[in-house]
Write a protein that binds this ligand. Structure first.
Ligand SMILES: Nc1nc2c(c(=O)[nH]1)N[C@H]1C(S)=C(S)[C@@H](COP(=O)(O)OP(=O)(O)OC[C@H]3O[C@@H](n4cnc5c(=O)[nH]c(N)nc54)[C@H](O)[C@@H]3O)O[C@H]1N2
Ligand SMILES: Nc1nc2c(c(=O)[nH]1)N[C@H]1C(S)=C(S)[C@@H](COP(=O)(O)OP(=O)(O)OC[C@H]3O[C@@H](n4cnc5c(=O)[nH]c(N)nc54)[C@H](O)[C@@H]3O)O[C@H]1N2
Ligand code: SF4
Ligand SMILES: [Mo]
Length: 718
């Protein structure tokens, strides 16, 4: 077979970089950035290059395996589906539909076939016990979009190519490549903003990789952002710096918002946040001064106790500055596949509650933080059978020892995953899909939150063997075997489950806003999959442009500045103004991400090991000194929920009183079969996390700012 270059979008993070992959005899020779890619222009990061190693990972499963008394045993797909059908039907007969629980992890968004099939399969099971990784990171964003714009998926993104001042609060896009802001090569974008006279300013308890590239960085104490944001609005009011704008004219309850922020002056919040009144004035003056200024926040402000409030106030500041739906401001996309319209039926919330803790459903899912409760608490509708699809809740969910206890307690568990990892080791059956470069790529989710309206399809660069199955095929078969509705619905579901994701994409493109069939008349150069295939480098659609009020989904077609649900929660914010007792657990724990790591599942690739990628505890020298901690010393970090041993990294890059540890580590467990990951296991931060520590509005897990303490390891031994 000849050697060829195949073009494929990288599916690992939100940046959607174009890859040029040299392939010979169905093997990857090399992976480089695709220079002609209209979006990434050759940019690539080490994870993209590592896709070759993911493909060749000797620990990757390709055939189903079942657990037996003498260990895992390879079986045929037919046998695997028969077992799954039989076991789930048994559970359903005994306990009802809700006794089957599902968890869908982060890669379900990034694998095109999986994303297209997922909801049909899960809906076919007709269970309320659905969980997803969204409730570990994104539900505050969904909730704010729903309450302000009337649709959970109407997520505005910074128009990074045209703005001239960007205030980044609680995000580290130089390491993460951005989230709810799909754009490649953030480092370069920051440089461009600075070169044209603009500024990027970072507010973070740690001096991060992004802060190092920024024009200014301010340390903030974890979970105090809500006060800073209120003070920023207060200062805008005091300075009479709220111009009339299109977005503001579309908004309700400005006066009430102005009144709400009155008590939160910069002088009052300064000592609590750690950012002085003068610094707050300086930030606000810049926000006013620059014509295109945007405030952007992500995990640091979402995965914390005030996650929804922070998201709400950030969106509100952008509206008050007149930047929403304006060029160089915070804008909405109009993608080739209009996910917002397509997902209108899934954009619902608060319809029913979880059994044990009465947490409300958001976009069809209960908070992952309560998954273990729903498995372990006896009673009607207790989860007894479980399907985990592309997720690792034993490492990604809080209070992971409890999660592991719960997974062990199940009567039957199926994992759709290509590794025997910390979660799937508890499964009775693993069905491994063909993944990575074996799959096609079109990200209809990420195009919705991208910083430009572009479109790009990539065929799978590598073919699969007869023995392999894709996620969509596995889920489709389960859907057919476990469908619960009437015969007409079953027929429809069966037909849908057999249609190749490519065909569904083609139809969605053709009928989308730029499609051949998307207008009132046939569009001559309209989009279709065929057209996209001719342009592997992608097609530029239109620049981000104004879409309001047309795409407001609220009943009254207006933006709500003061959702009552959020206003009620402001009572809790008042408590932040009085000092809190912290004797037992005086330190605040925050997380971090690294460019050469991806949540919990890419630690098995030797090519990504080493360098600055370390699972250490960053601690301020003053905090280390008072505890007698030396550089590189192994210490024990503990909370009410557990303890981990970890190496101390003493650095002034973190605010005093706070420590930082990355998540997704702790590759231990007798059953785990990931040799490289186990060799450099790291510590599992989620062993320390209280699973009831949630953002009370969205029930998103509040990972950041978790109270912890440290002890020296000798003192434990003595
Ligand atoms: N303490 C703390 N915890 C956190 C976070 C934090 O910042 N701090 N971050 C949270 C966030 S933002 C997220 S998104 C979650 C992620 O949480 P999860 O989604 O639960 O975990 P991942 O580590 O992404 O694991 C993904 C799993 O999918 C498998 N996989 C990869 N590709 C495919 C595929 O194409 N098909 C299938 N079937 N399987 C595949 C991998 O082998 C792995 O087992 O973690 C959360 N947990
Ligand atoms: N390389 C790499 N890229 C990734 C991932 C990965 O694991 N590795 N994961 C992907 C996923 S699933 C997601 S959701 C995105 C997340 O992308 P980002 O939102 O950029 O996530 P983080 O890098 O965790 O950045 C969060 C920042 O918030 C800070 N922080 C913590 N607590 C607080 C606080 O209370 N206030 C403030 N102001 N800041 C705080 C932390 O120090 C950290 O710098 O990244 C995605 N991209
Ligand atoms: S930044 Fe890296 S992981 Fe993200 S899409 Fe680009 S190459 Fe892939
Ligand atoms: Mo995430």
């Amino acid at each position: 077979m000849s050697q060829t270059i195949k073009y494929r979008t990288c599916h690992l993070c939100e940046a959607m970089c174009g890859l040029a992959i040299e392939v010979k005899d169905n093997e990857v020779i090399s992976i480089k950035g695709h220079q002609e890619d209209i979006y990434s222009k050759g940019h690539i990061c080490p994870k993209g290059v590592a896709l070759k190693d993911l493909h060749n990972d000797p620990n990757r499963l390709k055939q189903p395996i079942k657990k037996t008394v003498s260990g895992w045993q390879p079986i045929s797909w037919e046998e695997a589906f028969d077992i799954a059908e039989q076991e789930f039907k048994k559970i359903r007969k005994k306990y009802g539909n809700n006794a089957i629980g599902t968890y869908t992890g982060n890669p379900t968004v990034h694998n095109t076939g999986t994303a297209i099939t997922l909801y049909d399969t899960i809906n076919a099971l007709n269970t309320q016990n659905r969980f997803a990784s969204h409730s570990l990171d994104s539900v505050p964003v969904f909730l704010v979009n729903q309450m302000m714009f009337g649709h959970a998926m109407m997520a505005p993104v910074p128009d990074i190519d045209h703005l001239d001042y960007m205030l980044i609060i609680g995000a580290n896009p130089v390491a993460s490549n951005g989230s709810f802001m799909s754009t490649p090569n953030i480092k370069e974008k920051i440089k461009t903003i600075q070169e044209k006279g603009g500024k990027v300013v970072v507010i973070d308890p740690r001096k991060t990789e992004t802060a190092n590239k920024a024009s200014e960085h301010y340390f903030i104490h974890p979970e105090k952002d809500v006060l800073l944001l209120l003070a920023i609005i207060n200062e805008l009011v005091l300075q009479n710096a709220i111009p009339s704008s299109k977005a503001l004219l579309l908004s309700d309850h400005l006066e009430e918002l102005k009144a709400m922020v009155l008590p939160y002056t910069k002088e009052i919040v300064a000592p609590i946040t750690g950012i002085s009144a003068e610094q707050i004035t300086h930030i606000v003056n810049d926000l006013i001064k620059y014509p295109h200024s945007v405030v952007y926040g992500r995990l640091g402000v979402n995965t914390q106790t005030y996650g929804t409030l922070c998201q709400w106030l950030i969106t509100s500041i952008n509206i008050l500055l007149g930047q929403l739906d304006e060029k160089g401001g915070l804008m909405f996309t109009l993608p080739a596949i209009d996910y917002v319209t397509l997902m209108a039926h899934e954009s619902k919330m608060f319809r029913y509650s979880s059994r044990v803790k009465s947490y409300k459903e958001i976009v069809g899912e209960f908070p992952t933080a309560t998954l273990a409760d729903e498995i372990l608490t006896k009673g009607k509708n207790q989860i007894r059978g479980f399907i985990s699809i592309a997720g690792n809740p034993a490492r990604s969910a809080p209070n992971s020892p409890l999660v592991e206890k719960a997974l062990e307690d199940l009567e039957f568990m199926l994992a759709i995953d290509m590794y025997v990892n910390e979660t799937t080791q508890y499964a009775d059956l693993i069905m491994p899909p063909a993944v990575g470069l074996e799959t096609i790529h079109y990200s209809f989710v990420l195009h919705m939150i991208a910083t430009r309206n572009t479109t790009k399809f990539s065929p799978a660069p590598l073919s699969i063997s007869k023995e392999q199955r894709y996620d969509w095929q596995i889920m489709g078969e389960l859907q057919r075997r476990l469908f619960t509705g009437n015969s007409l619905q079953r027929l429809k579901s069966n037909i849908m489950s057999r249609i190749h994701p490519r065909t569904k994409l083609d139809l969605a493109l053709k009928t989308g806003p730029y499609g051949v069939l998307g207008g009132r008349f046939l569009r001559k150069n309209g989009l279709s999959l065929k057209r996209l295939k001719q342009k592997p480098e992608g097609i530029e659609l239109s620049p981000l442009g104004p879409v309001l009020p047309k795409r407001l989904f609220t009943k009254n077609k207006r933006i709500e500045l003061m959702p009552q649900l959020f206003v009620q929660e402001m009572k809790k914010v008042k408590q932040l103004l009085t000092p809190q007792k912290t004797e037992l657990y005086p330190l605040k724990l925050i997380g971090r991400r690294h460019l050469r790591s991806n949540n919990s599942w890419m630690h098995n690739l030797p090519v990504l090991e080493g360098g600055s990628r370390t699972c250490t505890m960053m601690i301020h020298p003053d905090d280390a000194t008072i505890r007698g901690i030396e550089p590189q010393e192994m210490v024990e970090v503990y909370s009410e929920f557990g303890a981990i041993s970890i190496e101390a990294e003493i650095t002034t890059n973190i605010i005093q009183g706070t420590i930082s540890i990355p998540h997704g580590w702790g590759h231990y467990g007798v059953g785990v079969q990931m040799e490289t990951a186990k060799r450099n296991a790291g510590a599992n931060i989620n062993q320390l996390m209280d699973h009831d520590r949630l953002d009370a509005l969205s029930y998103n897990m509040a990972f950041n700012g978790h109270p912890v303490a440290i002890r020296k390891i000798e003192s434990v031994i003595n």
